[in-house]
Ligand binder design. Sequence first.
Ligand SMILES: O=C(COP(=O)(O)O)N(O)CCCCO
Ligand code: NA
Ligand SMILES: [Zn+2]
Length: 308
Amino acid sequence: PLVTSKELFTKAYANKYAVGAFNVNNMEIIQGIVSAAKTENAPLILQVSAGARKYASPIYLRKLVEAAVEDSNLPIVLHLDHGESFDICKQCIDDGFTSVMIDASHHSFEENISITKKVVEYAHSKGVVVEAELGRLAGVEDDVQVSEKDAIYTNPEQAAEFVQKTGVDSLAIAIGTSHGAYKFKGEPNLDFERLQEIAKLLPNFPLVLHGASTVLPEFLELCNQYGGDIPGAQGVPEEMIRKATQFGVCKVNIDTDLRLAMTAAVRKELFADPKNFDPRKYLAPARTAIEEMVRHKIVNVLGSDNRI
Ligand SMILES: O=C(COP(=O)(O)O)N(O)CCCCO
Ligand code: NA
Ligand SMILES: [Zn+2]
């Protein structure tokens, strides 16, 4: 059934694992993700970004997710990723989403509180849960210097105040991750002391990690071997994500690793059979690549297998 993440996070917190939140844009990606979760008996968050809504249109995504719920019988959360305003959150809530993120992290602390509070009031009146963000994801949009770290990473005391004042159900925190394939210039590292501080001030409260893709070298090499040009990309080592799930992280956002796996599969197939022009011949391996990547994440990183 379509569920909120409330119970999923309660169980994940108690058992120290995380629920995978995977971005969806089309049929094959959804089918691959759902098939993996079915095989591994894992709870699932299918998340839709503003870009996905523009690409596929809201009604196609909603119907595809409805099909996934009916076909798989899994507990599935339909979540809006990085909602940019109250209005888009309201639209999605009215559209049947069971969870929304309001990302007001680029506003002032006070403004973030007031926007988030407004979304929480509306969402809770409809039985929908809310994720907010405090602090700035480092890397791609901000060239984070060590000194700026405190200005950008989540302040533990502010996090506690933010949750208390907004009533938000989960909180995306900034401890060194960033979106995309170029997360670190030097050695990858996350601020685990900061994470533990936040978890201590917010006991039993679900934390969310964005920018959690690893950028597995195998898929990077495959992409580049078959015509890709993605030099010097690196993500968060998987053992760091596993470690984060031991300190209150209950939701882990993964998009880039799925993109790389899918792109590598398509590039390889197009190289392998230059005479082919049936899209199914390269979209089927793409779907399989998604499925295998999601199974790997569920079992080896999240620990969310056999948790239904
Ligand atoms: O936190 C993430 C994904 O992080 P990652 O790019 O590490 O997969 N998301 O919220 C997905 C949308 C951002 C574009 O990737
Ligand atoms: Na999100
Ligand atoms: Zn994100």
